[in-house]
Each structure stands twice: as C-alpha cells, then as structure tokens.
Design a protein around this ligand. Structure first.
Ligand code: TXA
Ligand code: MG
Length: 443
C-alpha cells in the first residue's frame, strides 16, 4: 500500500490510498458487445493501484468500517448492503439520520438479477423466466447504465438487503456507477455496496478525496483517491413504479433525456426545491442540505456590491461565485478601484493546505482571487471564484467552490444563478443551490 497517513481523528487513522483506475487491471467483457451490460471479469495487475483496491475490498468484507470511494457523480461511503452491522457503520460515520434510505450500488445486471430473484420460487419450466427488473426500466438501463441514474425497484421478500438500507420502505434505490474504480471495488468485494455521499450529513457532497478527509477524518479507515469526480452532482433518482413515472431527484440524467425513452414520455417532476415560486424564502426555515458554514445567497440579476453589503456585518468577508453574466470586476463594483484595493490582476492564488491535492482535471481546480475594499471605515475581503460559462464545469466545480469559500472563512457567499432552462444539468445545479441557499434575492 503506497498511501500516505494524513489524519488522525477519533481513534482511527484515516488513510488516503491513491488509485489510478487505468492501472487496476484488465476489464474483460463477455461477447454481448456492450461493456458492463453483460457479464465481465477483472484481471488484477501487480500495481500498487490493484493492491490498494484489494485492501479496500477486503476491509469491506471483513469489517464494519465503511470505505470512501469515487464514483462519476460524487464520492460515496460504501459498505456491504447485505450486512446490518456494516450498513450501520455508514450511518455512524456520517452521523446521518437513520430514516434516510441508502442507494445500493451494483457492478453488473446479473448481480442485480440474482439479488432480486434469489428468494423467489423457481418459475415453472414451461414458462419463460420472468425478468425481475420491471420492463419500464429496460430502456433506461440500456441507455444510461452504467451511469448517474438511480432506479427504485420493488423490495423482494424476504429482502437480501440489510433492513437499514431501505428503512421500512417497500422499494430499494439501485444504481450501476460508471466510474471504473467504483465498478472494480464492487466487483472485488463481491457484494452490492450501500453508499450515500461521503460527506458529513448536511455538508456539500464531496467531489475530491480531500473533501472526504475534511469531513470524515478519524471516522473511517480508507479513502480511495481516484481524483476529482467527473459529474460533480449526485445521480438522478427515478420512480418508474408509479403512473406516470416521476423524477425524485434531478441529477446527471435530465428530464429531456428521460422523456426520449419509451414509457417515460410523461415523466413528472416529483421533487420540490422552490423553483415552483414562493421566493425569497424565509431565512432559517429550511432543512439544511449541501450547506457550507457560510450563508449562501442565490442571486438573480447582476451582482451589485452596494446591495451585497446589506447582507454583511461591518467587518465581514464575502465570496462571489460567478459564471458567465457577472463581470470580472464584480469584486470592486466597477468604480471602487481606489484606496485600500489590491488589484485583482495581481491575484493571490491559494492552495488548500489540508491535504495534497490530486491531479486536477479542468474546472475541478477553481481559480480564486482576492480583493480588499475600503468601505467607509470597514475593510471588506471579497473572494472570487469563476466557474466559467460551461454548465458541466459548473456542476463539476460547484460543491468544491462552496467548500473553498468555507476554507477562506467567508461569511456570505453570493452565487450567480443558472437558468433552469439552460441545458441538461441546469435543473440539477439549481436544485442543489436552492437547497444550499438561505434565500434567493434579486439584484
Ligand atoms: O450519485 C449518487 O447517487 C451518490 C453516489 C455516491 O452514488 N449517492 C448519493 O446518496 O447521493 P445519498 O444517500 O446522498 O442520497 C440518496 C438519496 C436520498 O435522498 C434518499 O432519501 C434517496 O436517495 N433514496 C434512497 N432509497 C430510496 C427509496 N427506496 N425511495 C426513495 N428515495 C430513496
Ligand atoms: Mg447525500
């Protein structure tokens, strides 16, 4: 194991084990022609990457301490979904309310089918065997799996899953992630993995190993570090067992993409996030979710420093999360480039110091700069993060940016809103922002 010991917390020393997914070994597919839709095997290499994967898989099999691992959406905190004591380990590490059910992650359709049918009486030899996966999901599975889509399935009786996974529900949420590291881990562990996002409850979901370490240091043993996540927001959750089918959480697979599938033309939005109207919200009245320590204000319109100041105490500092409409000089509100102002062109680049950063793909590394404004007698620090116009860059960098503002000790974060209509993942981004934000304001 080539991992470095990075943190000692409440008893457990948390290790970050680096894994380059392309070095784990060889993925060998059956002759169905479709990667991961049929059966597959993994021939492990002799690399340290493979050794780290084996160590994690063995821990999943032999202990009740969950493993943090990257998926293409966000980092998950995984445990054997069939063992109660292992699943309880997730709730205690995350300090998650135990009535919030978990998503089960699988590495192949045959693994899922065997979990669903193993307890049913064997079908009569005269009848063709019934597929345990309801037909309504077949077009979704062939199009979006492996990938950022979770489907609700009827819970078989008796259930092969620990009751802690589903918490009295008659359904179980299942997804096949597309990240090779995640698929390999499930495959090596040989069991389905229950895995929520690997953040402490209420915090923004983690998209790097450093985020997981920050939240769960001392609470878990191993974080597999496969670099920053590609998608950056969690999977879309759909329920196809109702008529019409509904989206329970927007994510990497959009409403438009679902509507193109047979049986899903009339899919309805089944979540509420405030987009229906009724803004601005009453501060402090909502369930905390995706929240950094700083207050988050979601801004419609052009950023205006004079208005922003109203939300700040005399000596505070603000964060500005900008994408395409807000000008590059929002920090100074244009004219205020006078006394006490450090030219933002001589930007001070900050690097998170808690843990070594993994090699960053574009937009996972947010560029930030600082300006300092004399505002009457008060000095106001303005931190600026630009995620750029591309919607996929925003989804990839959003949670990371919220966490970075916390790292800089910002009091209030002003976020440039995204038009819900804009592209595939816009609804997912606005859903997370509305939950993180205390208020939506117009400027
Ligand atoms: O992208 C993802 O889905 C990530 C990665 C790690 O796979 N996982 C994730 O898990 O976001 P978590 O626990 O943070 O969110 C799971 C959501 C919860 O809101 C939970 O209430 C819902 O899924 N859920 C799970 N099982 C359900 C069920 N049977 N019925 C309705 N909602 C369910
Ligand atoms: Mg979560």
């Amino acid at each position: 194991m080539a991992g470095s010991d990075l943190a000692v917390g409440q008893g457990i020393k948390t290790k970050i084990l680096p894994v380059d997914a392309s070095q784990i070994g060889q993925f060998v597919f059956d002759d169905s022609g479709q990667r991961f839709q049929g059966d597959w095997e993994l021939k492990l290499s002799e690399s340290s990457d493979a050794a780290n994967m084996k160590a994690a898989a063995s821990q999943l099999q032999n202990t009740d301490i969950p493993i943090a691992f990257p998926t293409e959406t966000v980092y998950g905190l995984g445990a054997d979904a069939t063992r109660s004591s292992a699943v309880r380990g997730i709730y205690s590490a995350k300090q998650r309310p135990s009535d919030n059910p978990l998503i089960v992650h699988i590495s192949s359709l045959s693994q899922l089918r065997s979990l669903l049918v193993s307890h049913e009486p064997s079908p009569s030899s005269l009848q063709p065997p019934r597929d345990s996966i309801p037909p309504i999901y077949h077009p979704l599975i062939s199009r979006f799996w492996p990938g950022p889509l979770t489907i609700l399935l009827p819970l078989p009786t008796p259930s092969p899953f620990a009751p802690e996974v589903t918490n009295n529900l008659h359904t179980v949420g299942v997804r096949m992630p597309s990240a090779l590291l995640a698929l390999a881990l499930i495959h090596l562990a040989g069991v389905p993995l229950a895995a929520p996002s690997a953040n402490a409850s209420t915090r923004p979901s983690p998209t790097t190993a450093a985020h997981v370490l920050h939240d769960l240091s001392g609470r878990i043993d191993i974080i597999l570090d496969g670099g920053p996540c590609d998608v950056g927001v969690e999977s879309t959750i759909v329920d196809g067992l109702t008529h019409p089918p509904v989206i329970l959480r927007p994510g990497g697979v959009s409403l438009e993409m679902l509507r193109q599938c047979p049986g899903w033309e009339d899919v309805k939005v089944g979540y509420k996030d405030g987009a229906e109207g009724g803004t601005p919200k009453v501060p402090g009245m909502k369930y905390k979710h995706y929240s950094p320590t700083a207050r988050v204000l979601l801004v419609h319109g052009q950023f205006d420093f004079e208005q922003a100041r109203q939300y700040l105490n005399r000596q505070g500092s603000i964060g500005v999360l900008r994408r395409k409409t807000w000008r590059d000089d929002v920090r100074t509100n244009g004219e205020q480039r006078d006394e006490g102002f450090f030219d933002p062109r001589t930007e001070q680049q900050l690097v998170t110091t808690e843990a070594p950063q993994p090699p960053m793909r574009s937009a996972s590394l947010t560029r930030h700069s600082q300006a300092r404004l004399m505002d009457g007698q008060d000095l106001i620090d303005v931190w600026d993060i630009a995620l750029g116009p591309d919607i996929t860059d925003i989804s990839r960098g959003l949670f990371s940016a919220l966490r970075e503002f916390d790292h800089m000790g910002v009091d209030v974060i002003f976020v440039e809103s995204v038009d819900d209509e804009e592209g595939d993942t816009a609804a997912a981004i606005m859903n997370r922002l509305r939950k993180a934000a205390e208020m939506e304001i117009k400027m």
